[in-house]
Design a binder for this molecule. Structure first.
Ligand SMILES: [Fe+2]
Ligand SMILES: [Fe+2]
Length: 291
């Protein structure tokens, strides 16, 4: 844990102090971000099925840790969804997730391929490390950005899980009996996963989170618009230090010095890219204050 309480693995929804919920401290933009995050997390069973195909010969221990990982991700979705239902009584996690799941089915989930879309098991693990770097930094940022006590606790618990997930996939990466990937390939895989722009996952989750079913006809899904709105909300949550941590974790996964110049450069580029995607440009006083 980078800061605060030490949250151990294996918590349940009953461990959360729901009675501390304070509706006055819920901010609408944070609520939108939490609904969207709940949908993405709740999609874990599709990822579990996919990863189990890729690692079908990896032995029972690996398969069990993939199952456990999926259970934890699903619980992240359930806890975030329950918080969102408390904050917005018109929101229903199960109904909204059904819409999201119907509209977001990437090809690699639907196929029965046993080869990772990243080209190898090592490639798959690098992509997973990138995702867990992103989620651990994101929930750390949510924990820091909210003053709502229950969300602070949930985000703290999830962030701790996400750091453990990174460690799990980092260790799996180095356990693979495949030859190590050339550096350029690892770099491309990491950059590709970070910048994956043709993926509807986050944009469509943000759409389902912010446009109720009854308003779909009036407000149809436009990927670019909802991706931009999603990035805008993301940037309200992140501070530069969270992006630094994210970049350092990705650097470690691809074999680059997390404290080195290349990592610092990547951090600056990533920060700039996020701002560009959110429709912001240049360095403003606001951005400087976020550092
Ligand atoms: Fe998660
Ligand atoms: Fe995770």
């Amino acid at each position: 844990m980078p800061d605060g309480k030490l949250y151990k693995q294996g918590w349940s929804l009953d461990d959360i102090d729901w009675a501390k919920f304070d509706a006055a401290k819920v901010e609408p933009w944070m609520l939108a971000a939490i609904k969207a995050a709940a949908l993405v997390e709740f999609n874990a069973p599709d990822y579990v099925a996919y990863l189990k195909r890729i690692f079908k010969d990896a032995g029972p221990e690996t398969l069990a840790s993939i199952e456990e990982w999926g259970r934890e991700e699903g619980q992240h979705g359930r806890s975030l969804g329950r918080w969102a239902e408390m904050a917005d009584p018109s929101f229903r996690l199960d109904e909204t997730f059904a819409r999201f799941h119907k509209g977001y089915r990437p090809a690699h989930f639907a196929s029965m391929d046993e080869m990772s879309v990243r080209g190898s098991r090592r490639g798959e693990m690098i992509a997973r490390c990138v995702v867990e770097s992103g989620t651990s930094s994101y929930y750390s940022a949510i924990k820091d950005a909210t003053s709502e006590p229950v969300l602070e606790e949930i985000a703290g618990r999830i962030a701790a899980d996400e750091f453990r997930h990174y460690k799990l996939f980092f260790e799996m990466l180095h356990r693979q009996d495949e030859p190590d990937l050339p550096f350029w390939k690892k770099l491309l895989l990491a950059v590709g996963r970070i910048t994956e722009s043709d993926d509807d996952e986050l944009a469509y989750a943000y759409y389902c989170a912010t446009v109720p079913a009854g308003q779909e006809a009036a407000k149809p899904y436009v990927r670019t618009a909802f991706a931009k709105a999603g990035y805008n909300t993301t940037l309200r949550i992140y501070r530069r230090r969270h992006i630094r941590k994210l970049t350092q974790m990705v650097a470690k996964a691809v074999g680059v010095d997390p404290q080195g110049r290349l990592t610092q450069l990547a951090e600056a580029l990533l920060w700039r890219m996020l701002r560009a995607r959110a429709g912001l440009s240049g360095v403003t006083a606001d951005a400087a204050a976020r550092s």
